[in-house]
Ligand binder design. Structure first.
Ligand code: DC
Length: 216
């Protein structure tokens, strides 16, 4: 079985997808982490992330994969960068990296290979449309800007970063704009999307909503 989970940043997608995969005993694939890893590598090498040709070359020559210990680790050219890909610098730059057509084609192809053999829950922006158009379920997880800002502020604080709600809200809205307006793989609600608004739901409530739909 293939389950696609798409939606904007901060809607609770990744936590939900991971919990759903655990519950069903499926493999969880966080495709955002792959774009983040490539962004981290570009920033580390001081590459101009707006140069499509250089970024495509970097995507072709960078090995990004997941390793499963007690938690899922993100490995980039042999280095564990699980924590580094969540820094504000990477978050700020990642939607520019994800906008390059060739970068996306390479990522989508890798993700399709990962999705082949086993049952998966995959989360991202273009999973239902591009990566797994044949998915058994296509969930579109969303929440209000206010709630997404609140969650992101709490997450930053927990990781030791300070930022005003105003700045966080703007960053979320800028990223939404980039993610929904690019020419390939833009985030959108599909004809067969099942929309779940998590603004007023706890993670457990949202998880139960998904499980009920799948079990039904
Ligand atoms: O889910 P996330 O916030 O970790 O994703 C990071 C960025 O990567 C986000 O700005 C959108 C982009 N992304 C994408 O374009 N396509 C995907 N399948 C997953 C993420």
């Amino acid at each position: 079985m293939k389950i696609a989970i798409d939606g904007p940043a901060g809607a609770g997608k990744s936590t939900l997808a991971r919990r759903l995969a655990e519950k069903l005993n499926y493999i969880y694939i966080d495709t955002g982490a792959m774009y983040r890893a490539l962004t981290w590598e570009a920033l580390r090498k001081e590459i101009n992330i707006n140069n499509a040709t250089i970024m495509a070359e970097l995507a072709r020559t960078t090995d990004i994969h997941f390793m499963i210990n007690s938690s899922q680790r993100v490995i980039c050219n042999g280095i564990d960068i699980t924590e580094q890909i969540r820094t504000p610098e990477v978050t700020l730059a990642v939607s520019q990296v994800a906008a390059h057509r060739e970068v996306r084609e390479l990522m989508v192809s890798k993700q399709q290979q990962m999705a082949q053999a086993v049952s998966v829950v995959m989360d991202g922006r273009d999973i239902g449309e591009c990566v797994m158009p044949d998915a058994d379920y296509k969930f579109y997880i969303t929440a209000s800007i206010k709630e997404r800002t609140r969650r992101r502020a709490a997450e930053l604080k927990a990781n030791g970063y300070e930022a005003s709600e105003q700045n966080i809200s703007k960053e979320i809205q800028d990223r939404d704009y980039n993610d929904t307006h690019r020419t390939t793989g833009a985030l959108k609600v599909l004809k067969d999307s099942i929309i779940i608004d998590t603004s007023n739901l706890t993670i457990d409530e949202a998880l139960n909503t998904l499980l009920e739909i799948i079990e039904r």
